[in-house]
Design a protein around this ligand. Structure first.
Ligand SMILES: [Mg+2]
Length: 328
């Protein structure tokens, strides 16, 4: 069961690239050095600042330290105001929090600038746990930041998703034994990201909700309670509202009819018309879906109902079927 998500920050939660490019270029300009191209700067986003600047301008160690100081001075003028949160990030984080998932950030960014952006872009409330360059851990793509977060949260690697926009993030997550999600709207292209073998690739932050569900179903760990919750989340995210109880009762009848059609053709004496679906699994899922809708709408806890029903069947029928000669 997925219990927490560890997020990269730049290019994953917030679009910081134009801000970083501008600030880096201004810093080089102020030092009287050749100004790196937009693409050169972009390719270094995700690694610690001093190393990034060193790469961008082939700087000596001393020059890189000086460049990082100038960059830090320029942060509030250029970078801070230009940062934008990506679409659907806030709603999705809020939804993930409602689902009971823990959320942490592991970034190569310095603590001060991260805190500044979280505060000024209304993201602060979602993250109590953050690891930054100030924690002095071996930077991405080493797994150390994720391993440190696992230790602090007491979670197992199989209970965590690592989400990022660069191969550095994916490699970090994979090396820590977590499952990984690459976002394509950040600093590395889909093709680049695929070379690091992420478990999932998403184009929109909102898709993270379905990744969590897929991750849980891949390990067979959707409980009945969780399934009820998943239906409710879907209805409120995509369905606007539930159909009325009576409408859903009619839909349930229709879905049972569609399952009956497949069963009668596949296992009974009827035959399929050309092009008709032959797999009953999708219809079974439809039946379950509408049933869970009705349970949510009528306040039924399916887990309790199922357990009570099983007890009732046992006490009522425990000898009935064993004594039925037709079943022998
Ligand atoms: Mg990033």
């Amino acid at each position: 069961m997925i219990k927490a998500i560890f997020f990269d920050f730049d290019g994953t939660l917030a679009d910081t690239a134009p801000a970083i490019v501008r600030t880096a270029q201004e810093s080089f300009r102020m030092m009287g050095l050749p100004v790196p191209s937009d693409e050169t700067v972009r390719q270094t986003i995700g690694i610690p600042l001093t190393q990034a600047l060193q790469k961008q301008g082939n700087l000596s160690d001393a020059e890189a330290v000086r460049a990082a100081e100038i960059y830090a001075d320029n942060f509030l003028t250029f970078e801070g105001p230009l940062v934008k949160v990506f679409p659907h990030v806030k709603e999705t984080l809020s939804e993930l929090r409602t689902m009971g998932l823990g959320m942490a950030i592991c970034t190569s960014r310095n603590k001060e600038s991260l805190e500044y952006i979280l505060e000024h872009r209304e993201l602060k409330e979602f993250f109590s746990l953050k690891l930054t360059n100030n924690d002095r851990l071996t930077p991405k793509p080493a797994p150390d930041m994720v391993l440190a977060l696992l230790e602090r949260t007491g979670l197992g690697a199989d209970e965590v998703l690592v989400v990022g926009d660069t191969t550095f993030d994916i490699e970090m997550g994979n090396r820590a034994g977590c499952r990984t999600v690459a976002v394509t709207y950040g600093n590395h292209s889909r093709e680049q990201l695929l070379t690091a073998s992420p478990d999932w690739v998403i184009d929109d932050f909102r898709e993270l909700l379905s990744v969590v569900n897929k991750a849980n179903s891949a390990t067979g760990e959707i409980t009945l309670a969780r399934a009820q919750q998943m239906v409710d989340e879907w209805i409120h995210t995509y369905g606007v509202r539930y159909f009325s109880e009576l409408t859903n009762m009619a839909v349930l009848t229709e879905e049972v009819g569609e399952l009956a059609r497949i069963m009668s053709r596949k296992y009974g004496d009827q035959s399929f018309k050309p092009g008709e679906p032959t797999d009953p699994s999708d219809e079974m899922a439809d039946v379950l879906w509408v049933l869970l809708c009705l349970a949510n709408q009528t306040g039924v806890n399916i887990t309790d109902a199922f357990v009570k029903n099983l007890e009732k069947k046992t006490s009522r029928d425990k000898n009935r079927h064993i004594n039925n000669p037709k079943l022998k």
